[in-house]
Write a new protein. Structure first.
Ligand code: CUA
Length: 155
């Protein structure tokens, strides 16, 4: 079978790129321990409710005046469902799941994470404007996915 010179070159380039991508991903997985960048800690997903600080989800104030918010995602809700944050607070969110992969997205804030069982995802935001923010699950997680939402009030 005759393959035109330019077509052969283009095929070689395409297959070569695929092999380079595959080698890159494999190297990252084997050498670097491939995890999403916001996932820094592990947790036993079967004992989340007994593992501090996830045994007391909610807002925790730190000595430096900033805040940490611990959330548990489960089908089909977030704990806590309602969170009140003081205006101007810098909040670092830590989120884990007890069952399947969920999303954790607070529109208009840049907080948008995938929540994977066994991992703790984190992201931070400073809430300078008062108002009510919606917190939604943006990863399809089952039949009640569209009901999975919570609220954050800044005042
Ligand atoms: Cu949880 Cu979709």
């Amino acid at each position: 079978m005759h393959i035109h010179r330019l077509e052969r070159a283009w095929l070689t380039f395409g297959v070569g790129m695929l092999l380079i991508f595959l080698a890159t991903i494999t190297t990252a997985a084997v050498v670097d321990g491939f995890v999403p960048p916001s996932h820094t800690q592990t947790i036993d997903p079967t004992h989340v409710s007994q593992t501090p600080p996830f045994d007391h989800p909610g807002l925790h104030k730190l000595a430096d005046g900033s805040y940490e918010a611990y959330y548990v995602a489960q089908i089909f809700s977030f704990t806590p469902h309602d969170l009140v944050i003081p205006r101007g607070a810098h909040v670092t969110f830590y989120v884990t799941s007890t069952d399947v992969v969920h999303g954790f997205s607070i529109p208009l804030t840049g907080v948008n994470m995938m929540v994977v069982p066994g991992w703790v995802s984190s992201a931070a935001h400073t809430f300078n404007q008062p108002g009510t923010f919606l917190l939604v699950c943006n990863e399809y997680c089952g039949a009640g996915h569209q009901l999975m939402a919570a609220q954050i009030e800044v005042k």
